[in-house]
Design a protein around this ligand. Structure first.
Ligand SMILES: [Zn+2]
Ligand SMILES: [Zn+2]
Length: 385
């Protein structure tokens, strides 16, 4: 029932219209769409569009969101038209009966006639290992949902009792009309039948299997196929595995929310894969070919001589498979991290002390690069600038 037309335009009011002007405009326009008056075949759609426009603009909070962010803002906030405001227009009840079969749509329950309705959607949370998310996996899970009760055919009445009986309060209508005479005319108010809660029928002898509810719980094992490339926050929809509908209405869906566990070595950002690889001073100074773990097996990284700690090497196309990406992958970024040994052998100590002496000599010699960071650092240390 969503529309992309401007709500002010639909109602034919200015942007700064007062609440009273908006209400008047709605009442006037709604009357124009009355099937007895309007010959427009789209009258119903136009009426519903009008109702949505009024519902938003008559609510200061919704109007503020709409003014600032438009239709997208309302959708982002999860706005659904409820038509609850119609209770404030008892004089338009006849219009409602025409367009909504006597009841109001939405969840108010006001004047609602219970017929077949869609079952509820359900949520299931599933935790995956890092590699399961990267490569995809089949998972067997046990879910609980409500299914249609076979013995009573969803009616809730015991099969031996001959089914539900017609409610005598509303004579099966599910709602009661009350007309009140006032000085400004008469108002017809439609309310849900309090005896049968709008069903129009009563259950004398409830079904033993579902306790009269028409649905009962079922534990079910499902095999979920998780595609490669999913991540925390990915939501999978399994159609028709939510709760069964009421009165043979369609089933809702099951939404599987995924949560991916951390990995000891790898991190990911979208489809790019990251890892840190420990290297020694001599490997960075002299250069080396190093082997690094990858999603599948290992990869070789050529570290050139004079590489600094923290340098990142990118291996194209060796990251996470892109979800529904036809075999495309993100990239793999390997960061070299200098590991300084905590314990050294006596031979290593001798060599390092010799190296230290050479480095000190080098820094004081004319050959030292005047622009190097080490040289500048030394200058500041000895009181220069
Ligand atoms: Zn009733
Ligand atoms: Zn039953």
């Amino acid at each position: 029932m969503s529309t992309e037309r401007d709500y002010y335009e639909i109602l034919g009011v200015a942007k700064g219209a007062t609440a009273d002007e908006i209400k008047k405009a709605f009442r006037k326009k709604a009357r124009e769409y009355h099937p007895d008056v309007s010959k427009d075949p789209n009258a119903e759609a136009l009426f519903k569009e009008l109702g949505e426009a009024y519902e938003v603009l008559s609510d200061p909070q919704k109007r503020q969101v709409y003014d600032a962010y438009g239709h997208e803002g309302l959708k982002g906030g999860g706005y659904q038209p409820s038509w609850d405001f119609m209770q404030t227009f008892p004089d338009l009840n006849d219009l409602f009966a025409q367009f909504f079969g006597g009841g109001f749509p939405g969840g108010s329950g006001y004047g609602q006639r219970s017929g077949p309705s869609q079952g509820e959607d359900l949520r299931f949370d599933l935790e995956l290992d890092f590699m399961e998310a990267a490569f995809g996996v089949k998972k067997e899970v046990e879910i609980n949902h409500l299914i249609h009760c076979e013995p009573c055919q969803g009616s809730g009445a015991s099969p031996d009792s001959g089914g539900p009986v017609t409610c005598q309060t509303c004579m099966g209508q599910g709602q009661i009309r009350q007309t009140t005479q006032t000085i400004i005319g008469h108002f017809t108010q439609i309310t849900t039948c309090p005896r049968c809660q709008g069903r129009g029928t009563m259950i004398v002898d409830p079904c033993k299997v579902c306790q009269g509810k028409g649905r009962h719980n079922e534990a079910k094992t499902l095999t979920l196929t998780i595609p490669p490339g999913v991540d925390s926050g990915t939501r999978l929809r399994v159609t028709q595995e939510g709760n069964a509908g009421m009165m043979n209405g369609p089933s809702g869906d099951l939404y599987v929310f995924l949560h991916v566990k951390e990995h000891a070595v790898f991190q990911r950002d979208g489809y790019d894969l990251y890892a840190q690889v420990p290297v020694t001073y001599s490997q960075l100074a002299l250069g080396d070919d190093i082997e690094v773990p990858a999603l599948e097996g290992t990869e070789k990284v050529k570290v050139p001589s004079g590489t600094q700690s923290g340098t990142i090497f990118t291996i194209k196309g060796k990251g996470i498979p892109v979800l529904n990406g036809n075999g495309r992958h993100g990239d793999y970024h390997v960061k070299t991290v200098l590991q300084v040994p905590k314990k050294i052998s006596s031979e290593e100590r001798k060599l390092l002390e010799k190296l230290k002496a050479l480095e000190s000599e080098h820094l004081h010699s004319e050959k030292s690069h005047k622009s190097s960071f080490a040289h500048k650092f030394k200058e500041v240390l000895s009181g220069g600038h």
